[in-house]
Each structure stands twice: as structure tokens, then as C-alpha cells.
Write a protein of this length. Structure first.
Length: 180
């Protein structure tokens, strides 16, 4: 199978590992016990051709909020890099008030990856589970894939008609969409 993209940028929470629902809010793991890698992603990534360049771009505002220790985050990312053929993990540790250029939906992290690895935008896509991911993709001028989940039903309708954004129900479907 040949792939329509050479470079894939994955969001982390909800794609690589489970999100954590606190009360009714979708949140991120704050300790290693909450950091659970998704089995379906594990299977999916194993099937990808080794020629693909894989990256992660993740917002981790819990660092700025003092809710997540940098050492814990580092350990999570060491685990990901040890298990998966991901070239680099880009992290935004800021919150909205910091007005940084990297926090998705801003395109900073995507632009940085594209520049650092000299990638072509038309060969690069982002895969995520929130409006921040798809908007970041849109702002960077790359196509986006949105995982349709129970907790993001509200945004699924909004993006259904956008041709730069493709909704997928599970990783088997994503594999079909990425292949050609
Ligand atoms: Mg996410
Ligand atoms: Zn940032």
C-alpha cells in the first residue's frame, strides 16, 4: 500500500494515550498511573511503512498550571519514544495567558516541525481528536484528520463539510484514508 502522506503529526492525548475525564471535562494524564497507551493506536502504528516520518505535537498546559511535573511529562515521552518510531515530540507547555505561538490551535509547533525537518506541507497531515488540532492544521496549511469520539460530538458536525478535514471513526478507517 502506498501512502498519500509522507509525514504525519499526531496529537498525543486521545490519540496515543487515553484522555482522562475529570468531572465532565476532557483532561490529560497528570501522573504515570493515568498515562495509558491506546491499544488501537499501537496496532495502527505498527502497520505504517517505516518510510513515513512520524511526529507528535502536544499541548500540555497542565505544566503552566502547576498540575503536571516536568519530570513526569519527560518520563511519559521517553516511554513513547522508546516504544514507537516517532522522530520527535514537540510540546507546548503554555496556557492561553502566555500568548505563545505554539499552543494549538496556533500553528507554531507544526511550522517548527516542517521547518526543522524540511517537509513539504502537501505531504504532511495532522491527526487529532479536538478542534485545536484541526484548526492548527488549517492555520498551518496542512490537511487534518479528526478522530470522532463520544466527547467531541459537538465539533464533528462543524467539520463534516470542510474538505481539508477528514473525520475517522477508528484507526482502521484512518489507515484506509491514509493509504491510496
Ligand atoms: Mg487530544
Ligand atoms: Zn506554547
Amino acid at each position: 500500500m502506498s501512502f498519500s502522506y509522507r509525514n504525519i503529526i499526531f496529537d498525543r492525548d486521545g490519540i496515543i494515550n487515553d484522555v482522562v475525564i475529570r468531572h465532565v471535562t476532557v483532561s490529560s494524564p497528570r501522573n504515570l498511573k493515568e498515562f495509558i497507551l491506546k491499544e488501537d493506536f499501537k496496532k495502527f502504528i505498527k502497520k505504517l511503512p517505516s518510510s513515513l516520518n512520524l511526529f507528535v505535537a502536544t499541548n500540555q498546559p497542565d505544566i503552566a498550571r502547576g498540575l503536571l511535573k516536568k519530570t513526569i511529562l519527560k518520563k511519559m515521552h521517553e516511554d513513547i519514544l522508546e516504544i514507537y518510531p516517532i522522530r520527535e515530540i514537540f510540546v507546548c507547555m503554555h496556557d492561553n495567558k502566555d500568548m505563545c505561538a505554539c499552543r494549538k490551535p496556533k500553528s507554531g509547533m507544526i511550522e517548527e516541525i516542517i521547518k526543522k525537518y524540511n517537509l513539504s506541507k502537501s505531504e504532511t497531515c495532522i491527526v487529532g481528536d479536538s478542534s485545536k488540532d484541526v484548526e492548527a492544521g488549517f492555520n498551518a496549511g496542512i490537511n487534518s484528520f479528526l478522530l470522532a469520539t463520544e466527547y467531541n460530538k459537538d465539533i464533528q458536525l462543524k467539520y463534516k463539510k470542510n474538505t481539508n478535514i477528514c473525520l475517522f471513526r477508528d484507526f482502521n478507517e484512518l489507515e484506509c484514508f491514509l493509504g491510496s
